[in-house]
Design a binder for this molecule. Structure first.
Ligand code: F6P
Length: 328
């Protein structure tokens, strides 16, 4: 596309795992775009739906009464084929046939990589809105859905703590985050966990056991270990086995799973997602061709897409320190 071409029609899709607040971003994008005189097309089921031409025209009412609901009205999918250049070429032809001039993609860093390649290879302007419960994309300090997911997990762990205290038990609670420690660490701080296990090849079993034993010695009536699921859900069973066999500690396992991806978005997620949808349209109209509506220093601001393609994998060291300092 030449720099002069005016954007008239925009498309929007969700990609990867859904996250609470995606609907707020869709609503804000659609209404801001219509308010600015653009035509808006919703692409259903992410890149998979794009490749099948599953595209619907949207109006103001298409996004009525959705902002309080989790999930995404456009639905989403994981689409590994989009890693292939031929497949992206086909996608660019479909967008051209529909005369869609720019695309908004709500998703995580895998989805952003697909969008970035589409932009680099075919010049399609991209607005990328960070949406994943994992809060693990470089270039932005926040991703839509994280606050709600953490709150869901915290409420669940509070309930588990009640029964753990009544029976003087140890629980290992597994939260989501295949390669992200963010949910686990935040939940650990907010529930007073005795230890948080983050995605890593080396699990410090001895440390977990000594944290539990230290608590028991000082009279604690229960112990909660928060564990990020790691590559494959079920890591907590490995920890349970090791605690029993090596340290003679009985622990119960509770895997929270996909309940963390659903539910009504928190007000924080609603606000930030709405702001991201609004900024996305305005930046496209300003001629920005490849950007992320990043959350930086308390504000939604455009950051170049190529700075937001990696996973933020630092284990939030200050949060690790906080868990340690507060769990003695
Ligand atoms: O979307 C992020 C995430 O929820 C991760 O926290 C989790 O590890 C993964 O997706 C699970 O993906 P799926 O629902 O495809 O199994």
């Amino acid at each position: 596309m030449t720099a002069e071409k005016k954007i008239k029609k925009v498309g929007i899709l969700c990609s990867g795992g859904d996250s609470p607040g995606m609907n707020c971003a869709i609503r804000a994008f659609v209404r801001t775009a219509i308010g600015a005189g653009l035509e808006v097309y919703g692409i259903r089921r992410g890149y998979a739906g794009l490749l099948e031409g599953d595209i619907i025209k949207m109006d103001e009412s298409s996004v009525g009464n959705i902002l309080q609901h989790g999930g995404t009205i456009l639905q989403t999918s994981r689409c590994p084929e989009f890693h292939e250049a031929d497949i992206r070429k086909e996608a660019s032809h479909i967008l051209a046939r529909k005369k869609i001039d720019a695309l908004a993609v709500i998703g995580g860093n895998g989805s952003f990589n697909g969008a970035h390649a589409l932009h680099e290879e075919h010049g399609i302007p991209i607005a990328a809105l960070p949406g994943t419960i994992d809060n693990d994309i470089t270039g932005t300090n926040y991703t839509i859905g994280f606050d709600t997911a953490v709150q869901t997990a915290v409420e669940a762990v509070d309930k588990i703590r009640d029964t753990a205290s009544s029976h003087a038990r140890t629980f290992i609670v597994e939260v989501m985050g295949r390669s992200s420690a963010a949910i686990a660490l935040h939940v650990g701080v907010c529930t007073g966990a005795e230890n948080v296990v983050v995605p890593s090849d080396n699990i410090a079993y001895g440390q977990i056991a000594s944290d539990i034993q230290r608590g028991i010695v000082r009279g604690k009536n229960s112990s909660i270990i928060i564990c990020a699921e790691g590559k494959v859900p079920g890591l907590s069973y490995k920890i349970q086995e090791n605690l029993k066999e090596t340290h003679d500690i009985d622990a119960h396992v509770c895997i929270l799973g996909h309940i963390q991806r659903g539910g009504n978005p928190s007000s924080l997620d609603r606000f930030i997602a709405s702001r991201m949808g609004f900024v996305a349209v305005n930046e496209l109209l300003n001629g920005n061709k490849a950007f992320v509506t990043a959350f930086v220093s308390g504000e939604v601001t455009p950051v170049p897409l190529n700075e937001c393609l990696e996973k933020r994998d630092e284990y939030l060291p200050q949060t690790v320190d906080l868990v340690k300092a507060l769990s003695i």
